[in-house]
Design a protein around this ligand. Structure first.
Ligand code: PGA
Length: 257
C-alpha cells in the first residue's frame, strides 16, 4: 500500500449529469496537477467512472462507492468487483454508514464484500464508526464492526485494506449526520483504538501496517488538523469533494505538509 497520504473523494449520489461530473473532474485534475505526497482517489457514481478513467492518470486513481459480494451471476442491478477492476478502478468503498443505514447493509454483507473485493485484487476502503456522540460509543461500535467486518480475513491481507473512521454524527448534510467535524484529538483517539483492536485481533506488526483514515465534514479549513497527525493516514471527503476549488485546496494543503 502507498505510504502517501490518502485523499478520497466520495461523490455519493452526485452530480446528476455527465457534463458536471466531467467539469468537476477536469477542474480538480488541472488544479492538483501531479501530486507527490498525496494519493488522490475519485469515487464517483458507477455511471461516471468510464468517462473519468484516462490513460495518463498520474497522481490519482479511481474507485467505486459500493459493489456486490459476488463477481457474477443472477443478481439483477448489481455491479461486481471484477467489473470495476476491468474498468480500471483500484479501490472500492465498502460499509459506508449511508449503505448501512439506508440500504440495510449488515456486517455480514460487508464482510462478504470485502472478501470478494480482495480476491479481485482491489483495495477495500472499509468505513466504520458510531452513530451517537456519546462516551464509550466509539469503542463499542468500532470494535464490534471491526470484529465482524474482518471475520475470516487473514492477517496478511490487513495491509491491503484501508480503514476509514467515519463517526456518523460528523458526516455533513445527511439526514443522520450533524455535520460537526470530530475534534482532531478524538479522531486520533479513534485511530489508535482501531490499531489496538487490530493488535488484539491479529498482532502488533499487522496493526502497524494498517492504513487508517478519518472522514466526516472535512474541508479546506480543517484538513491540516487531521493530516498532520501521525496516526491518521488521510481523509475521506464527501461534500467538499464536489466543490472543485475546495477539494484542490485540500490536496494542496496536504502536499504542503
Ligand atoms: P462529508 O461526508 O465529508 O460530506 O461529511 C463524508 C462521508 O460520508 O464519506
Amino acid at each position: 500500500m502507498s505510504k502517501k497520504t490518502f485523499i478520497i473523494a466520495n461523490w455519493k449520489c452526485n452530480p446528476t449529469t455527465k457534463k458536471e461530473a466531467d467539469r468537476i473532474f477536469k477542474t480538480v485534475k488541472e488544479g492538483i496537477n501531479k501530486t507527490k505526497k498525496t494519493q488522490v482517489v475519485f469515487c464517483p457514481p458507477f455511471v461516471w467512472i468510464p468517462s473519468l478513467i484516462s490513460s495518463e492518470n498520474s497522481g490519482y486513481a479511481l474507485g467505486a462507492q459500493n459493489c456486490h459480494w459476488e463477481n457474477r451471476g443472477t443478481f439483477t442491478g448489481e455491479v461486481s468487483p471484477l467489473m470495476l477492476k476491468d474498468l480500471g478502478c483500484k479501490y472500492v468503498i465498502v460499509g459506508h454508514s449511508e449503505r448501512r443505514n439506508y440500504f440495510g447493509e449488515t456486517d455480514e454483507i460487508i464482510n462478504r464484500k470485502i472478501k470478494t473485493i480482495l480476491k479481485s485484487n482491489l483495495i477495500p476502503i472499509l468505513c466504520i464508526g458510531e452513530k451517537e456522540r456519546e462516551d464509550n460509543e466509539m469503542g463499542l461500535i468500532v470494535e464490534k464492526q471491526l470484529k465482524k467486518d474482518l471475520d475470516g480475513i487473514l492477517k496478511s491481507k490487513i495491509k491491503d485494506i484501508i480503514i476509514a473512521y467515519e463517526p456518523i454524527w460528523a458526516i455533513s448534510k445527511g439526514a443522520i449526520g450533524s455535520g460537526k467535524p470530530c475534534l482532531p484529538d478524538d479522531a486520533v483517539k479513534a485511530s489508535l483504538f482501531i490499531k489496538k483492536t487490530l493488535m488484539t485481533l491479529y498482532n502488533r506488526s499487522t496493526a502497524d501496517k494498517a492504513v487508517i483514515l478519518y472522514g466526516g465534514s472535512v474541508n479546506s479549513q480543517n484538513i491540516f488538523d487531521y493530516v498532520k497527525e501521525e496516526s491518521i493516514n488521510g481523509v475521506l471527503v464527501g461534500g467538499a469533494s464536489l466543490q472543485a476549488n475546495d477539494f484542490i485546496k485540500i490536496v494542496k494543503k496536504t502536499e504542503e505538509l
